[in-house]
Design a protein. Structure first.
Length: 383
């Protein structure tokens, strides 16, 4: 009992691995509610990337999508360590027992460990020969990427192909159309879709709206086509019958998901479940968390924010003599995809409530602004 009482009084040491949306939400929420907690953040890069706003690189050459972790460190009185950490379930079990993690030769003790490294790295996906990726847009110069010196109709140089018809692929298709029109060099935009319709995980009415807007803008949709291989100015596509054909493409942007890392089962409170055992000092949040319960959280930014806030709350509640932890029972309240700078579509409240046009665009901009404010320490999210 004396040892437990001492733990309640000392400053908490919290180690967060992963500086994505869930990891930073956990850090910020902890700092707002505990001024004396010792928080260490570990990530493999030097900056936080605002993933929901990646498409904005096509509107602004220097959009504010990178937040240096040094700024986060100073703003929220935490410590940042740059390191690439990948943990297995067996490793977590050992680390949880010792409450210590060795990072770059340094031993870091913790009272609570938070794993928030995400399912996959959106700009660290394996490169595909002949294709651009998100990494090129985030770290490269748009002018040489999108305006190669040689562009002829015969070589397919006027065709820009987007491989992937999820939210990122759809948003990039419309942003690229706007970009080329803005610089006075219109191109033919093609969306290569392995599924039958774009935004396949959305209500069908959302997909229908997107297809209608694609037709109006002259964006060509190629359903049920899988990318087999690629090289400069040529793709090999395969339909569901196994038939392959060539597709000319001057510029190809591959925006399909990177292979996912292993997810980790957690209980309703976000605590790790390893070999059917709950580890009360290890929390897993963000896309890594595989919740055991009635709700299957979506892989989305809003879900990451809610999970991060839940983990922070439960860590601090654990310090009470009779902790009443809060379960994760949230479902997504909506998802909106932009279609260029003047249009958007999605659902809000329930999947049957479809919003479009300027109203949907305004809602999307409001949510993006909420996250910007959170990174400044102003929490306007309602959980």
């Amino acid at each position: 009992m004396k040892q437990n009482r001492a733990l309640k009084k000392k400053n908490l040491k919290i180690l967060i691995i992963g500086g994505g949306i869930a990891g930073l939400t956990t850090l910020i929420s902890l700092r707002k509610r505990s001024s004396d907690a010792e928080i260490t953040l570990v990530d493999h890069r030097d900056f936080h990337l605002k993933i929901p706003r990646l498409h904005e690189v096509l509107r602004n050459p220097s959009p504010p999508i990178k937040i240096p972790f040094k700024d986060i460190e100073d703003r929220f009185k935490s410590r940042f360590v740059k390191a690439d950490i990948s943990l297995t379930r067996d490793a977590i079990e050992g680390i949880a027992s010792s409450q210590r993690l060795i990072i770059s030769g340094e031993s870091i003790d913790f009272d609570y460990l938070v794993l928030a490294s995400g399912l996959s790295d959106p700009i660290g996906a394996p490169e595909t020969p002949g294709c651009l990726s998100l990494k090129d847009f985030v770290e490269g110069d748009l002018e040489p990427l999108l305006n190669p010196k040689t562009k002829t109709q015969k070589s397919g140089g006027d065709i820009v192909s987007i491989v992937g018809a999820g939210p990122t692929g759809v948003q990039f298709a419309f942003e690229l159309m706007d970009y080329f029109e803005r610089i006075g060099d219109p191109r033919s935009i093609h969306v290569i879709d392995a599924g039958e319709r774009p935004l396949a995980n959305f209500p069908s009415r959302v997909s229908e709206y997107v297809l209608d807007r694609m037709a109006q803008r002259g964006i060509k949709h190629h359903p049920c086509q899988r990318l087999v291989s690629s090289k400069p100015r040529e793709l090999i596509l395969e339909d569901r019958a196994g038939s392959q054909h060539q597709h000319r493409s001057g510029i190809t942007v591959r925006l399909t998901s990177a292979p996912p890392f292993t997810t980790f089962p957690v209980n309703l409170f976000g605590q790790a479940l390893i070999n059917n055992r709950s580890f009360t000092r290890v929390y897993i949040t963000g896309d890594l968390a595989q919740f055991k319960g009635p709700i299957a959280p979506a892989v989305s930014a809003q879900s990451a924010v809610r999970k991060g806030k839940l983990i922070a709350s439960n860590i601090l509640k654990s310090q009470n003599w009779f902790p009443l932890l809060r379960p994760y029972l949230h479902q997504d309240r909506g998802y909106i995809v932009t279609l260029g700078g003047r249009d958007a579509v999605g659902w809000i409240g329930s999947r049957g409530h479809i919003v479009t046009g300027s109203f949907a665009l305004g809602l999307r901009e409001m949510v993006d602004k909420q996250y910007d404010l959170l990174l400044e320490g102003i929490d306007t999210f309602i959980v």
